[in-house]
Ligand binder design. Structure first.
Ligand SMILES: [Zn+2]
Length: 352
């Protein structure tokens, strides 16, 4: 199913490019700017089974994007500046803003040097438990279990299913199925229980994953001091906020801010919702972010920034730089807004 959807997107992006339709759509959907969403930036790996590959782009591709934007005289600005331009209705120049979720160490090692080459700022959204070394990156744990195993057992509904994971194709199919099953479980604890059981059974050290991939507070301190870097909040545990009670969701948002501010001794004014799609962040979360005093909050709903985004500062849409589409030819399509407009059924704002 995921492969099918990927093919459709690829055909859609390709079709938009080759027909030139993005030029026609541009006046309506290009908006005043874009907030790009990234996760990992690191050199590509060879492994055939890379189910989380959409979450990483190569440093070279980041350079290609920055060069493309610079060549078109598009301003590359901070989230503070996005906020300022929106509330002042200052849209005399088009802009792009780069945001990276989760606080991965490769953001420092591979993204920052490229951003520096172009004197371009970036915002990194940190989940405070990840910085403590106590985060649970269950999607990486699942990848590691399936990479190692030749079959896994998962309890979907009342039935125990044995999923074949003996070949790269079988591993991908099993990952997609297990991923969908896990995200559909009622609570964060259910996901953690199932993942812990899988890790224990297949000898994967789950607790090492976070420390291996994410910056610690000690690493974040000098990183946050770089003039190009803004640190934002990404909740405490990286939970699906919409599935929590109001009190827990409010505390996840507010406590992550307090923890980051006290560890880094600087104000944290911008938030990204974990997962960030419709089932993880809605009007209740947008109001909670506002009540917690954030100037902006970003979702993973696809879309450009429009003048009317100023009325939805805690529900800003982003343009994903998806690792499965690292092709320079899609850049005119992405920056035209045509691709995200297509996703949204040709609505400009998706904040309901
Ligand atoms: Zn995240």
């Amino acid at each position: 199913m995921k492969q099918f959807r990927n093919n459709v997107i690829r055909a859609g992006l390709g079709a938009l490019y080759f027909t030139g339709a993005h030029y026609l759509l541009r006046p309506i959907f290009a908006g005043v700017g874009a907030v790009f969403m990234l996760h990992h930036v690191r050199p590509p790996r060879d492994a055939e089974f890379q189910p989380n590959h959409h979450l990483e782009i190569a440093p070279e591709f980041l350079g290609t994007i920055l060069a493309y934007l610079r060549a078109r005289n598009i301003d590359i600005i901070t989230m503070d500046e996005v906020h300022r331009r929106l509330i002042e209705r200052n849209f005399s120049r088009r802009f792009a803003c780069f945001t990276l979720d989760d606080g991965y160490r490769d953001n420092r090692d591979f993204a920052l040097p490229v951003m520096r080459e172009f004197d371009a700022p970036l915002t990194v959204y940190v989940a405070s438990d990840f910085a403590e070394g106590a985060g649970r990156l269950w999607w990486v744990a699942l990848e590691m279990v399936i990479a190692k195993a030749s079959s896994i057992e998962v309890k979907i509904g009342n039935a125990t299913n044995r999923l074949d994971t003996s070949t790269p194709a079988a591993k991908q199919a099993a990952f997609d199925r297990a991923h969908d099953w896990l995200r559909a479980l009622p609570g964060e604890h259910d996901i953690q229980r199932e993942i812990s059981a899988l890790c224990a059974r297949h000898g994967v050290d789950e607790s090492a994953i976070c420390r291996e991939l994410c910056m610690s507070w000690d690493e974040l301190k000098p990183f946050a001091n770089d003039p190009l870097v803004t640190i934002g909040a990404h909740t405490v545990t990286h939970c699906n906020l919409a599935k929590q009670t109001g009190d827990v969701a409010a505390s996840e948002i507010a406590t992550s801010r307090v923890r980051i501010e006290s560890a880094l001794q600087r104000p944290v004014l911008h938030l990204a919702y974990p997962y960030g799609d419709r089932i993880a962040a809605g009007p209740r979360e947008f109001a909670l972010a506002q009540a917690a005093g954030f100037k902006t909050a970003v979702t993973t709903r696809p879309g450009m920034i429009f003048p009317e985004s100023a009325d939805h500062l805690t529900a800003l849409q982003r343009v994903s730089l998806n690792g499965n589409y690292q092709d320079e030819r899609i850049l005119p399509v992405l920056t035209s807004g045509a691709a995200t407009a297509m996703w949204n059924g040709f609505r400009r704002i998706d904040a309901a």
